[in-house]
Design a protein around this ligand. Structure first.
Ligand SMILES: [Cu+2]
Length: 150
């Protein structure tokens, strides 16, 4: 078999095989997404948000904090210590009140503490109690209630 013929056969295989591989890959991704149930949020009461509040989940200890001052329309920092985590996201709601879409991806600092600056909207009803939902690797979800200051 000469080289040119070999190349042509390889190209033919690629033309037929590559789309199949792509379709199979996409199907696998969709199947896995469907198989992964949304995690149930674990309530983490946090009387001292600025100092951080810890939860023990399975073998690991997760600590969540919200810096002060915590005011609407002004950025403040949220941080999460979650050893071994790859992805940490936070979103903010009020009980029985949709506060608009907001989703923050926290980035690890040099010590591996995940951090983000967040800015919350003002509440049209004047309420100040919020719930921060922290998602860790899409498998662990914490609901952390806190208040904003006037
Ligand atoms: Cu509100």
């Amino acid at each position: 078999m000469n080289l040119e013929r070999k190349n042509r056969m390889t190209n033919k295989w690629l033309a037929a095989g590559l789309p199949l591989l792509i379709v199979a890959g996409a199907a696998l991704v969709l199947w896995r997404e469907a198989e992964t149930p949304a995690p149930v949020a674990i309530d983490l009461p946090c009387p001292t948000p600025a100092a951080g509040c810890a939860a023990r989940i399975g073998e690991r200890s997760i600590t969540v904090g919200l810096a002060e001052p915590r005011k609407t329309l002004q950025p403040f920092e949220v941080w999460v210590q979650a050893p071994g985590a790859d992805q940490v996201q936070a979103s903010f709601t009020m009980v029985d009140m949709n506060m608009g879409f907001n989703l923050y991806t926290l980035r690890p600092d040099k010590d591996g503490v995940f951090r983000a600056q967040v800015t919350l909207p003002a509440c049209v009803s004047g309420r100040r109690e919020w719930v921060m939902t922290v998602d860790i690797d899409k498998t662990t979800r914490l609901a952390v209630p806190f208040s904003t200051e006037l």
